[in-house]
Design a binder for this molecule. Sequence first.
Ligand code: HSE
Length: 433
Amino acid sequence: MSKLIVGMVGFGVVGSSVCKTLLQNRAIINARAGKEIVLKSVVVRDKAKAEEKLKALNAQQVKVSDNIDDILEDSEIEVVIELMGGVEFAYQIAQKALLAKKAFITANKAMLAYHRYDIAPLAKGLPVGFEASVCGGIPIIRVLKDGLSANHIIAIAGILNGTSNYILTQMQQHNRDFQKALLEAQALGYAEADPTLDINGGDAGHKLLILASLAYGIHAMPEDILIEGIEGIKPDDIAFAKEFGYVIKLLGIAKKQDNQVELRVHPCMIKKGAMISKVDGVMNGISVVGDCLGESMYYGAGAGGEATASSVVSDIIAIARGESAAMLGFERTLDDTNHLRLKNKDEIYSRYYIRLYVSDKPGVLGQVSQILGKHNISISTFLQRQSDEEQNNVAKMLFSTHHCYEKDINGALAELVKFDFIIQNPYKIRIED
Ligand code: HSE
């Protein structure tokens, strides 16, 4: 059996799981690849730590180096796997690997969010695998690239970040404190090295951009799309959602209508009972609507070493089989790519939940509803909660609205904050019915 020799940059949670998977499932992997897959070298900052991990895996035959050139200049190595994270340095590795005529595999969604269209022309027919970059173990890249390739994609809505889903699940189902739930997610190895991107929607935004490139060929950067995180969600919002039959989830949404594509990541209130509302804990779930297939749903572990390694190794196998010459996909000219435009953030049309903390005095509700009305916002439901003991004279006003434009909601909230009766910045959550 011929060999496919690979080198890896970075040997953290995912890297060591890739090594473990290659050893543990060697027979089936090699049989499916049609080649013997050999992890020859890893490049790391801390050699001693990597050597210790390799010893624990009984894989001391893997060479350890702190010099990337040891992989790039090794003519035996045909595939470079980047698992270190970060953006610019990881991009340099992609460039160097492709210039050295090596196939490239990455799990790095942040780097692809910024550089996917730079990498495509460098590949020049060399395989670039990135199955692990979106939703860990769920093979959603292949679903869009292959399985649904006969469809126009009408919409994608997904829970794309396991850490934030874990935190929201803990908060909603177990009354857990935000910080405690985050610490648990970190301890379980789900969170990014800097969990800011898990919490602020950035990680889900990166993944959404990769999916949108495959589905629509849309050339957008993270700064071009609406991205909000879960940091602002309070127990009052959770209580409102429960009372009105909703669950709060952080969703990445891509929708195509006529020649416009809408891309956004933000917390949503979703009807309890909807399939995606049942995706709990660290799990990810993605609904994809295609014009031939209709809706399909993909569910599985979106974070964690072994789940992500499952996708990385699937890319290695695909390369061994010679299947993956056009794996990157972004360079494809889609029929309608030239005519598609990214929808402006202000044009988002949705229902909203609004939370206001106001001075509990006569006339405030009248003024609030007048301002909402002035901005074309029609109230659907309203709930006023009593002040907490420690916050005497504060009323919590919780609204849901009928459909309206983001521009109008933002205009109304900007006007409201100017009033003395507003105690805290207003907060909104979009409602996806
Ligand atoms: N930190 C990511 C998450 C890992 O929690 O989903 C997978 O990209």
